[in-house]
Design a protein around this ligand. Structure first.
Ligand code: UDP
Length: 238
């Protein structure tokens, strides 16, 4: 099984995945490893767009006493820091990239333009989407769903740190937690499973975008997923 089963994917990397064991900021070694994993899937011809989170710097909802909109903009700025760090790590290993931001920041990145993003992908560049959707009250998971629909990605790969799929309860708290191998979006909503927020879940469900939730801690997992190996949890419409 050497050929990828997907041509175009969205990889969602949470801020946490980039911070390694520190839980805050960026771990350069970890980001270098993730870049190496992305290179492997580029080398087998997969078009890769990445949506980066920002929770390693700031989460809008966590700020107490601050205006929510301001706090969310701070979170979006965090995603831009992550995007630039990932761009740097990818370019160091000769992967061409473009960062596109949903909030204009022309000196450091292109503004998000769907047609340009698609063109970059066709030319083999990794496109990194930063600043989320550009709107407060949204998440980068919702952004991943939105961008996947817009650029017609076949799947969203939700790479998780410290967990290898979706469980019926928190596997860190409950040793008997059971992992789902497949799941429907409606089950995530009905059971309140903490996979993605409900806005992101609904957007994927309504637009029939499959999602694979898997652990990023093991080497080659991204490669395995794009080759169709059944790891993690596969989420689909029905
Ligand atoms: N954010 C936002 N709108 C978006 C995407 C993100 O306001 O479209 C803000 C929000 O405050 C969020 C923060 O950016 O908490 C970081 O994004 P997220 O929490 O999704 O990052 P992750 O959990 O994936 O690291």
């Amino acid at each position: 099984m050497d050929n990828p089963v997907y041509n175009r994917i969205i990889l969602k990397l949470s801020g946490e995945a980039l911070s390694g064991d520190r839980g805050f900021g960026i771990d350069e070694k970890v980001i270098g490893e993730i870049a190496g994993e992305i290179k492997k899937i580029r080398q087998i011809g997969v078009e890769v767009a990445v949506v980066v989170g920002g929770g390693n710097f700031w989460r809008g909802i966590s700020a107490e006493g601050m205006d929510r909109t301001t706090s969310d903009y701070m979170g979006m700025l965090g995603t831009i820091i992550n995007a630039l760090a990932l761009q740097d790590a990818l370019e160091k290993i000769d992967i061409m990239t473009r960062v596109q931001t949903a909030i204009e920041m022309r000196q450091i990145a292109e503004p998000y333009i769907r047609r340009k993003a698609v063109r970059h992908l066709e030319k083999g560049r990794v496109v990194i989407f930063a600043a989320g959707s550009g709107n407060p009250y949204f998440s980068t998971d919702t952004t991943a769903a939105l961008r996947a629909a817009e650029i017609e990605a076949e799947v969203i790969l939700l790479a998780k740190k410290g967990v290898d799929g979706v469980y019926d309860s928190d596997p860190h708290q409950n040793p008997n937690a059971e992992k789902f191998h497949s799941l429907r979006y409606i089950d995530i909503l009905n059971r309140g499973l903490g996979v993605m927020d409900s806005t992101a879940t609904s957007l994927c469900m309504d637009n029939k975008i499959p999602l694979i939730v898997f652990g990023i801690d093991q080497t080659d997992n991204i490669l395995k997923v794009v080759k169709g190996e059944k790891i993690g949890t596969y989420v689909k419409e029905e």
